[in-house]
Write a protein that binds this ligand. Structure first.
Ligand SMILES: C[S@@+](CC[C@H](N)C(=O)[O-])C[C@H]1O[C@@H](n2cnc3c(N)ncnc32)[C@H](O)[C@@H]1O
Length: 276
């Protein structure tokens, strides 16, 4: 029997288990927001007590966030079928399995131990490359520039809030400088969320903490003149093409959530930027 893989508790890397488990649990539902059989296989192969996350609202939130990022990447690939998708802080995300079109170029970057873990589940191919690096060490940009032609879509899903604001600025500046005109999808957590994260349903179960508080994607756009905010929304107000595709119970749940205007929902924003 193959030994189950471990993820060190107490590290920022541990946070990848939350969206991974969210997608695995979602896949078991009769009417899922997304299908992800690979996530279920990976959860079964990791030695970790995932039950600590059972029943947490954040699991559903992470699934809806992933569905939105999938939607944005799919739209990008419709317009640029041979474009390049770069996952920053990829964790054990399975976006490639869910929406690859057979023609695009993919790079999946994470810290060295996570890249090593990824390699035990996903093989590199001529179109898919794993990069072991910190997103803050911009030498990764050269690997990508050397191995692709673009246009580029950078997906930073649930990673930037764990950096300092200076580091986030460095990453955004670096992408804009090296890949002008590229798209960047990101999420932002407002000061209320970052301040109350010890009580957050999922983060309170791990040691990693968010360090960057930001009111929304428009604030990031304001750092770099010429940046366009193509989309900015909360989980409760997903764009209609995606929302209309979700199972009925999800649509009802989101309408209720939008009416409640909970600070932890309203202050957590998802954005799509076009960098100058
Ligand atoms: C909450 S997980 C999200 C994973 C993935 N994007 C997803 O949605 O499933 C955060 C990820 O960011 C990665 N991460 C944190 N700091 C990083 C850094 N400085 N450089 C690269 N990756 C980082 C962690 O290792 C982890 O995989």
């Amino acid at each position: 029997m193959t030994a189950r893989r471990e993820v060190s508790p107490g590290t920022v890397q541990e946070t990848l288990l939350i969206p991974l488990y969210g997608r695995a649990v979602e896949n078991r539902k009769p009417e899922p927001a997304l299908h992800d059989p690979r996530a279920e296989e990976i959860v079964a192969a990791i030695d970790y007590d995932f039950t600590r996350f059972d029943g947490l609202p954040s699991l559903v939130g992470s699934v809806l966030r992933t569905a939105l990022f999938d939607h944005w990447v799919s739209e990008f690939l419709t317009g640029s079928p041979e474009g390049t998708v770069v996952e920053l802080g990829a964790g054990l995300n399975t976006r490639h399995e869910r929406i690859d079109n057979g023609r695009a170029r993919w790079f999946e970057l994470d810290l060295p131990d996570v890249a090593d873990l990824r390699r035990s589940f996903f093989a590199d191919t001529a179109r898919r490359t794993s990069i072991a690096a910190s997103v803050t060490d911009l030498s990764w940009a050269e690997t990508i520039a050397a191995g692709s032609t673009g246009p580029y879509f950078f997906a930073a899903e649930a990673v930037l809030p764990f950096l300092t604001e200076d580091d986030v600025r460095g990453v955004v500046d670096g992408i804009a400088e090296r890949f002008p005109g590229s798209l960047l999808a990101l999420d932002t957590a407002g000061p209320g969320i970052v301040g109350a994260q010890d009580e957050h349903d999922a983060l309170s179960k791990v040691e990693a903490r968010m360090r960057w508080a930001c009111a929304g994607p428009a604030d990031v756009a304001a750092w770099l003149p010429g940046t366009e905010v193509l989309a900015s929304c909360t989980i409760a107000a997903l764009p209609s093409p995606l929302r209309d595709r979700l199972p009925g119970p999800y649509q009802e749940m989101l309408s209720g959530l939008a009416r409640q205007r909970l600070p932890q929902v309203e202050e957590y924003r998802l954005g799509l930027l076009r960098l100058p």
